[in-house]
Design a protein around this ligand. Structure first.
Ligand code: SAM
Length: 279
Protein backbone atom coordinates (compact mmCIF):
# COMPACT_ATOMS: atom_id res chain seq x y z
CA UNK A 1 0.00 0.00 0.00
CA UNK A 2 1.19 3.46 -0.90
CA UNK A 3 1.16 5.54 2.26
CA UNK A 4 3.45 8.48 1.70
CA UNK A 5 1.36 11.05 3.58
CA UNK A 6 3.92 13.83 3.34
CA UNK A 7 3.53 14.26 -0.40
CA UNK A 8 2.57 17.83 -1.27
CA UNK A 9 0.80 19.09 -4.35
CA UNK A 10 0.41 22.43 -6.06
CA UNK A 11 -3.08 23.71 -6.92
CA UNK A 12 -2.73 25.19 -10.40
CA UNK A 13 -5.71 27.60 -10.19
CA UNK A 14 -4.75 29.29 -6.89
CA UNK A 15 -7.23 31.40 -4.90
CA UNK A 16 -7.12 34.92 -6.36
CA UNK A 17 -10.40 36.91 -6.43
CA UNK A 18 -10.68 36.20 -10.18
CA UNK A 19 -10.26 32.47 -9.55
CA UNK A 20 -12.78 32.55 -6.71
CA UNK A 21 -15.22 34.25 -9.09
CA UNK A 22 -14.63 31.47 -11.66
CA UNK A 23 -15.12 28.75 -9.03
CA UNK A 24 -18.43 30.37 -7.99
CA UNK A 25 -19.50 30.43 -11.64
CA UNK A 26 -18.66 26.74 -11.95
CA UNK A 27 -20.81 26.04 -8.88
CA UNK A 28 -23.73 28.00 -10.38
CA UNK A 29 -23.46 25.94 -13.55
CA UNK A 30 -23.09 22.46 -12.09
CA UNK A 31 -24.50 22.23 -8.57
CA UNK A 32 -28.10 21.29 -9.28
CA UNK A 33 -27.13 18.53 -11.73
CA UNK A 34 -24.35 17.25 -9.44
CA UNK A 35 -26.71 17.13 -6.45
CA UNK A 36 -29.21 15.08 -8.46
CA UNK A 37 -26.47 12.62 -9.39
CA UNK A 38 -25.37 12.34 -5.76
CA UNK A 39 -28.71 11.05 -4.52
CA UNK A 40 -28.20 12.38 -1.01
CA UNK A 41 -30.64 11.41 1.73
CA UNK A 42 -31.85 13.51 4.68
CA UNK A 43 -29.96 12.76 7.88
CA UNK A 44 -26.74 11.64 6.18
CA UNK A 45 -23.32 12.52 7.57
CA UNK A 46 -21.04 13.82 4.80
CA UNK A 47 -17.34 14.63 4.50
CA UNK A 48 -16.40 16.86 1.54
CA UNK A 49 -12.73 16.70 0.47
CA UNK A 50 -11.29 19.89 -1.12
CA UNK A 51 -14.45 21.89 -0.42
CA UNK A 52 -13.21 25.13 -2.03
CA UNK A 53 -15.62 28.02 -1.46
CA UNK A 54 -18.13 25.61 0.04
CA UNK A 55 -21.13 26.34 -2.18
CA UNK A 56 -21.68 22.66 -2.98
CA UNK A 57 -20.85 21.70 0.62
CA UNK A 58 -23.62 24.02 1.80
CA UNK A 59 -26.03 22.64 -0.79
CA UNK A 60 -25.32 19.15 0.57
CA UNK A 61 -25.91 20.48 4.11
CA UNK A 62 -29.27 21.96 3.11
CA UNK A 63 -30.21 18.60 1.57
CA UNK A 64 -29.28 16.37 4.53
CA UNK A 65 -31.07 18.85 6.83
CA UNK A 66 -30.77 19.43 10.55
CA UNK A 67 -30.50 15.75 11.40
CA UNK A 68 -27.51 15.34 9.09
CA UNK A 69 -23.99 16.70 9.34
CA UNK A 70 -21.67 18.08 6.65
CA UNK A 71 -17.96 18.82 7.11
CA UNK A 72 -15.83 20.43 4.39
CA UNK A 73 -12.04 19.99 4.38
CA UNK A 74 -10.03 22.62 2.49
CA UNK A 75 -6.27 23.19 2.47
CA UNK A 76 -6.10 26.79 1.23
CA UNK A 77 -6.67 29.41 3.93
CA UNK A 78 -8.10 32.01 1.48
CA UNK A 79 -10.65 29.55 0.09
CA UNK A 80 -11.54 28.48 3.61
CA UNK A 81 -12.04 32.08 4.86
CA UNK A 82 -14.22 32.90 1.88
CA UNK A 83 -16.24 29.68 2.39
CA UNK A 84 -16.86 30.70 6.00
CA UNK A 85 -17.81 34.26 4.95
CA UNK A 86 -20.29 32.94 2.37
CA UNK A 87 -21.79 30.53 4.92
CA UNK A 88 -22.14 33.40 7.42
CA UNK A 89 -23.71 35.79 4.92
CA UNK A 90 -26.24 33.20 3.78
CA UNK A 91 -27.17 32.41 7.39
CA UNK A 92 -26.00 28.81 7.01
CA UNK A 93 -22.90 28.80 9.21
CA UNK A 94 -24.65 26.67 11.84
CA UNK A 95 -25.48 23.90 9.35
CA UNK A 96 -22.03 23.26 7.91
CA UNK A 97 -18.52 23.01 9.32
CA UNK A 98 -15.37 23.96 7.41
CA UNK A 99 -12.02 22.67 8.64
CA UNK A 100 -8.58 23.56 7.39
CA UNK A 101 -6.59 20.53 6.35
CA UNK A 102 -5.09 18.41 3.63
CA UNK A 103 -7.16 15.74 1.90
CA UNK A 104 -4.18 13.44 2.45
CA UNK A 105 -4.37 13.96 6.21
CA UNK A 106 -7.98 14.91 6.94
CA UNK A 107 -8.44 16.72 10.26
CA UNK A 108 -10.71 14.13 11.92
CA UNK A 109 -10.72 13.06 15.55
CA UNK A 110 -10.07 9.39 16.33
CA UNK A 111 -13.78 8.92 17.05
CA UNK A 112 -14.83 10.32 13.66
CA UNK A 113 -12.95 7.90 11.41
CA UNK A 114 -15.21 5.28 9.87
CA UNK A 115 -18.43 7.08 10.81
CA UNK A 116 -19.42 9.12 7.72
CA UNK A 117 -22.24 7.91 5.45
CA UNK A 118 -20.66 9.60 2.45
CA UNK A 119 -17.22 10.87 1.48
CA UNK A 120 -17.46 13.25 -1.46
CA UNK A 121 -14.98 15.10 -3.62
CA UNK A 122 -15.32 17.18 -6.78
CA UNK A 123 -12.49 18.50 -8.97
CA UNK A 124 -9.77 17.63 -6.44
CA UNK A 125 -8.29 14.39 -7.79
CA UNK A 126 -7.02 16.19 -10.93
CA UNK A 127 -4.91 18.40 -8.64
CA UNK A 128 -3.03 15.74 -6.67
CA UNK A 129 -0.16 13.62 -8.00
CA UNK A 130 -1.50 10.45 -6.40
CA UNK A 131 -5.31 10.44 -6.31
CA UNK A 132 -5.29 6.91 -4.86
CA UNK A 133 -4.02 8.41 -1.59
CA UNK A 134 -7.08 10.68 -1.38
CA UNK A 135 -9.40 7.74 -2.13
CA UNK A 136 -7.67 5.83 0.67
CA UNK A 137 -8.55 8.59 3.16
CA UNK A 138 -12.09 8.82 1.82
CA UNK A 139 -12.58 5.08 2.35
CA UNK A 140 -11.15 5.26 5.88
CA UNK A 141 -13.56 8.05 6.81
CA UNK A 142 -16.71 6.14 5.79
CA UNK A 143 -18.66 3.55 7.84
CA UNK A 144 -19.06 -0.01 6.54
CA UNK A 145 -21.82 0.13 3.91
CA UNK A 146 -21.26 3.87 3.36
CA UNK A 147 -20.43 5.53 0.03
CA UNK A 148 -17.54 7.26 -1.67
CA UNK A 149 -18.59 9.61 -4.51
CA UNK A 150 -16.06 11.30 -6.80
CA UNK A 151 -16.50 13.78 -9.66
CA UNK A 152 -13.64 14.95 -11.83
CA UNK A 153 -12.44 16.24 -15.18
CA UNK A 154 -11.19 14.38 -18.19
CA UNK A 155 -9.52 16.99 -20.39
CA UNK A 156 -9.44 14.56 -23.32
CA UNK A 157 -13.20 14.92 -23.68
CA UNK A 158 -13.25 18.65 -24.47
CA UNK A 159 -14.85 19.48 -27.85
CA UNK A 160 -15.68 23.10 -28.74
CA UNK A 161 -17.12 23.92 -32.18
CA UNK A 162 -16.50 25.79 -34.45
CA UNK A 163 -12.86 25.13 -33.61
CA UNK A 164 -11.58 28.34 -31.92
CA UNK A 165 -8.48 29.67 -33.64
CA UNK A 166 -5.29 28.72 -31.82
CA UNK A 167 -7.27 26.64 -29.35
CA UNK A 168 -5.67 23.22 -29.82
CA UNK A 169 -2.20 24.60 -29.17
CA UNK A 170 -3.40 26.47 -26.08
CA UNK A 171 -5.37 23.45 -24.78
CA UNK A 172 -2.36 21.15 -25.22
CA UNK A 173 -0.22 23.56 -23.19
CA UNK A 174 -2.94 23.77 -20.50
CA UNK A 175 -3.14 19.97 -20.27
CA UNK A 176 0.65 19.76 -20.10
CA UNK A 177 0.67 22.25 -17.21
CA UNK A 178 -1.19 19.60 -15.18
CA UNK A 179 1.36 16.98 -16.18
CA UNK A 180 4.21 19.36 -15.37
CA UNK A 181 2.94 19.43 -11.76
CA UNK A 182 2.74 15.64 -11.71
CA UNK A 183 -1.09 15.64 -11.88
CA UNK A 184 -3.32 13.68 -14.24
CA UNK A 185 -5.47 15.82 -16.57
CA UNK A 186 -7.31 12.65 -17.67
CA UNK A 187 -8.16 11.39 -14.17
CA UNK A 188 -11.89 11.35 -15.00
CA UNK A 189 -11.60 8.14 -17.03
CA UNK A 190 -9.74 6.47 -14.14
CA UNK A 191 -12.38 7.05 -11.46
CA UNK A 192 -13.85 3.54 -11.56
CA UNK A 193 -10.46 1.85 -11.36
CA UNK A 194 -9.42 4.17 -8.52
CA UNK A 195 -12.52 3.17 -6.55
CA UNK A 196 -11.98 -0.48 -7.37
CA UNK A 197 -8.34 -0.32 -6.26
CA UNK A 198 -9.56 1.39 -3.08
CA UNK A 199 -11.54 -1.74 -2.19
CA UNK A 200 -15.01 -0.35 -2.94
CA UNK A 201 -17.86 -2.47 -4.30
CA UNK A 202 -21.09 -2.00 -6.33
CA UNK A 203 -19.36 0.71 -8.35
CA UNK A 204 -21.29 2.73 -10.92
CA UNK A 205 -20.31 5.61 -13.16
CA UNK A 206 -22.12 8.45 -14.89
CA UNK A 207 -21.50 11.99 -16.06
CA UNK A 208 -22.88 15.49 -15.65
CA UNK A 209 -23.14 17.58 -18.81
CA UNK A 210 -20.76 20.53 -18.58
CA UNK A 211 -21.34 22.00 -22.04
CA UNK A 212 -23.91 24.07 -23.86
CA UNK A 213 -24.40 26.17 -26.96
CA UNK A 214 -24.97 29.75 -28.08
CA UNK A 215 -28.41 30.99 -27.19
CA UNK A 216 -28.84 28.61 -24.25
CA UNK A 217 -29.16 29.90 -20.73
CA UNK A 218 -25.87 29.44 -18.96
CA UNK A 219 -23.69 29.13 -22.05
CA UNK A 220 -21.96 32.47 -21.51
CA UNK A 221 -21.11 31.35 -17.96
CA UNK A 222 -19.72 28.05 -19.26
CA UNK A 223 -17.55 29.90 -21.80
CA UNK A 224 -16.44 32.38 -19.11
CA UNK A 225 -15.50 29.51 -16.80
CA UNK A 226 -13.32 28.04 -19.57
CA UNK A 227 -11.70 31.38 -20.36
CA UNK A 228 -11.10 31.96 -16.62
CA UNK A 229 -9.51 28.54 -16.12
CA UNK A 230 -7.08 29.10 -19.00
CA UNK A 231 -6.35 32.69 -17.98
CA UNK A 232 -5.63 31.46 -14.44
CA UNK A 233 -3.13 28.91 -15.76
CA UNK A 234 -1.26 31.56 -17.78
CA UNK A 235 1.61 31.87 -15.35
CA UNK A 236 2.10 28.10 -15.10
CA UNK A 237 1.97 27.76 -18.89
CA UNK A 238 4.40 30.61 -19.60
CA UNK A 239 6.83 29.96 -16.76
CA UNK A 240 6.89 26.28 -17.71
CA UNK A 241 7.67 27.35 -21.29
CA UNK A 242 4.77 25.25 -22.51
CA UNK A 243 3.75 28.04 -24.89
CA UNK A 244 5.08 31.46 -25.86
CA UNK A 245 3.12 34.55 -24.82
CA UNK A 246 2.03 35.44 -28.36
CA UNK A 247 0.49 32.00 -28.94
CA UNK A 248 -1.15 32.12 -25.50
CA UNK A 249 -2.89 35.41 -26.33
CA UNK A 250 -3.80 34.22 -29.84
CA UNK A 251 -5.52 31.16 -28.30
CA UNK A 252 -7.36 33.33 -25.77
CA UNK A 253 -8.51 35.72 -28.52
CA UNK A 254 -9.73 32.71 -30.49
CA UNK A 255 -11.74 31.55 -27.49
CA UNK A 256 -13.35 34.95 -26.97
CA UNK A 257 -14.35 35.05 -30.64
CA UNK A 258 -15.75 31.53 -30.32
CA UNK A 259 -17.80 32.58 -27.28
CA UNK A 260 -19.47 35.32 -29.39
CA UNK A 261 -20.07 33.09 -32.46
CA UNK A 262 -23.80 32.55 -33.18
CA UNK A 263 -23.43 28.77 -33.48
CA UNK A 264 -20.73 28.05 -30.90
CA UNK A 265 -21.13 24.81 -28.95
CA UNK A 266 -19.21 22.93 -26.32
CA UNK A 267 -19.43 19.20 -25.73
CA UNK A 268 -17.98 18.32 -22.37
CA UNK A 269 -18.95 16.49 -19.21
CA UNK A 270 -17.76 15.93 -15.65
CA UNK A 271 -17.07 12.25 -14.87
CA UNK A 272 -18.73 10.78 -11.76
CA UNK A 273 -18.30 7.45 -9.98
CA UNK A 274 -19.47 6.00 -6.70
CA UNK A 275 -18.70 2.86 -4.74
CA UNK A 276 -19.62 1.33 -1.39
CA UNK A 277 -17.40 0.38 1.53
CA UNK A 278 -17.85 -3.36 2.16
CA UNK A 279 -19.53 -4.47 5.41
C1 SAM B 1 -11.37 23.10 -8.29
S1 SAM B 1 -11.55 23.45 -6.60
C2 SAM B 1 -13.07 22.57 -6.28
C3 SAM B 1 -13.75 23.04 -5.04
C4 SAM B 1 -15.08 22.34 -4.73
N1 SAM B 1 -14.88 20.92 -4.53
C5 SAM B 1 -16.07 22.59 -5.83
O1 SAM B 1 -16.36 21.66 -6.61
O2 SAM B 1 -16.56 23.74 -5.93
C6 SAM B 1 -10.36 22.41 -5.79
C7 SAM B 1 -10.15 22.79 -4.35
O3 SAM B 1 -9.32 21.81 -3.72
C8 SAM B 1 -8.40 22.47 -2.87
N2 SAM B 1 -7.24 21.56 -2.69
C9 SAM B 1 -6.24 21.30 -3.57
N3 SAM B 1 -5.42 20.37 -3.07
C10 SAM B 1 -5.91 20.04 -1.82
C11 SAM B 1 -5.51 19.12 -0.82
N4 SAM B 1 -4.42 18.36 -0.98
N5 SAM B 1 -6.25 19.03 0.31
C12 SAM B 1 -7.36 19.81 0.49
N6 SAM B 1 -7.78 20.70 -0.45
C13 SAM B 1 -7.08 20.80 -1.59
C14 SAM B 1 -8.07 23.76 -3.58
O4 SAM B 1 -7.54 24.73 -2.70
C15 SAM B 1 -9.44 24.11 -4.15
O5 SAM B 1 -10.15 24.92 -3.24
Amino acid sequence: MDNDMSESSEYIHGSSPEEQHRLSLLNDILNVACLKELNLRPGEKVLDFGSGLGQFTRLMARTVGGKGQVVGVERDQDQLSQAKRLADSSGEAAFVEFRQGDALEPPLSAAEWGTFDLAHTRFLLEHVPRPALVIEQMVRSVRPGGRVFVTDDDHGDFRPWPEPQGFQTLWRAYVRSYEMLGNDPYVGRRLVSLLQDGGLTSIRNSCVFFGGCAGNEGFQAIADNLIGALEGAKEAILSGELLDEKSFHAGMDGLRQWKAHPSSALWYSACCAEGFVPH
